[in-house]
Design a protein around this ligand. Structure first.
Ligand SMILES: *[C@@H]1O[C@H](CO)[C@@H](O)[C@H](O)[C@H]1NC(C)=O
Ligand SMILES: *[C@@H]1O[C@H](CO)[C@@H](O)[C@H](O)[C@H]1NC(C)=O
Ligand SMILES: *[C@@H]1O[C@H](CO)[C@@H](O)[C@H](O)[C@H]1NC(C)=O
Ligand SMILES: *[C@@H]1O[C@H](CO)[C@@H](O)[C@H](O)[C@H]1NC(C)=O
Length: 299
């Protein structure tokens, strides 16, 4: 979502520099003013083509054994969102859409994350057996998109949508909440949770992991919750398996009967960061610093 906002702003800045010669200064100021843009960001243009196209891409190229009706999924999605005030789409409104796309996933592959999105992508790319929400059909179809309807209209509102925080039943939030819940309910075997040790409240009860996924995990279906705490190479080093909110998470897991392990700064995760930023001083002495990893195991 935020990536998308940044892209919109960049493209507007580029077009503004092209038209500089023959439009008044106030117009350029208007284009460049982030406040205006933010408030005006509506449903992603071409959303139908993007969503239906991604669906066909998924059932054709990602997994050709799936037999889903992409047009029907779109119809159910549209039914849930349009002709509703933009703050009034509940998770229940999406139930028909989710019924049209049931999916099961193999055990031991589920990867959950919070505040580690960029690193999670490289991690999932090099450890190919991991599955994240974005690898499911629903996650794949709606990733990075924005949408909302309008009460007295059968279409989407392309001019502006409310922020997530502005309403209880935000159409985008409700879809992700239900998708996250389904994903967590299906989790089985070992799961991995990737948390950011460079921020306060690495485990937050307000995050999708802390507010939805954790409560949807079933201890009877799971063997281990393997937590991986990872800090930025240059720090700050705020939380770890034994400090801060992660200790609270472990407490919750323990009280619910989950078995767990917790690892600080696993080698793979640090090397992946070094690949993206090899000039970091901690990467020069890679071997030395990485041997400092600590491991806590509990049964
Ligand atoms: C494709 O989907 C089928 C049916 O859900 C599943 O059994 C299979 O494991 C999936 N294959 C891949 C490569 O994800
Ligand atoms: C919200 O939706 C419900 C049912 O879909 C409807 O009864 C209610 O009037 C709506 N409220 C607003 C403020 O649009
Ligand atoms: C941790 O969070 C900060 C702030 O959101 C972010 O800049 C950083 O990339 C994250 N670190 C990792 C390892 O994901
Ligand atoms: C599950 O996790 C435990 C603890 O980390 C590990 O000992 C075991 O080998 C894992 N099993 C699988 C199938 O990955």
């Amino acid at each position: 979502m935020y990536k998308h906002e940044a892209e919109v702003m960049t493209s507007l800045k580029i077009s503004a520099s092209f038209v500089m010669i023959n439009v008044p200064v106030w117009f350029i100021m208007f284009l460049l003013c982030p406040g205006e843009l933010r408030a005006q960001l509506g449903t992603t243009p071409n959303i139908k083509h993007i969503v239906v196209g991604r669906c066909y891409n998924y059932i054709t190229l990602v997994n050709s054994s799936l037999r889903f009706d992409c047009e029907e999924i779109w119809r159910q999605f549209e039914d849930a969102v349009v002709r509703q005030s933009s703050c009034n789409v509940t998770v229940e409104d999406y139930h028909h859409m989710f019924y049209a796309m049931p999916q099961t996933w193999p055990c031991d592959r589920f990867l959950f994350w919070s505040k580690t999105r960029t690193l999670m992508h490289s991690y999932a790319a090099v450890v190919p057996h991991f599955w994240t929400l974005e690898d499911t059909l629903v996650g794949y179809m709606f990733n990075d998109l924005i949408w909302c309807g309008q009460e007295e209209d059968s279409g989407f509102d392309f001019s502006s949508c409310p922020e997530w925080s502005a309403c209880r039943n935000h159409p985008v939030y409700s879809l992700w909440r239900q998708a996250s819940q389904n994903f967590a309910e299906m989790a089985c075997g070992n799961i991995t949770v990737l948390l950011n040790g460079s921020i306060v409240n690495a485990f937050s009860r307000k995050s999708m992991f802390g507010s939805v996924e954790l409560d949807s995990l079933n201890p009877c279906r799971l063997d281990y919750v393997n937590i991986k705490v990872v800090t930025n190479l240059e720090g700050p080093f705020i939380e770890s398996c034994s400090e801060g909110s992660i200790a609270d998470l472990i407490q919750i897991l323990q009280s619910r009967g989950f078995r767990w392990t917790c690892t600080n700064n696993e080698e793979t995760l640090m090397i992946l960061q070094c690949v993206q930023d090899p000039k970091q001083s901690s990467c020069q002495t890679c071997a030395n610093s990485l041997s400092h990893r600590k491991r806590l195991t509990h049964n």
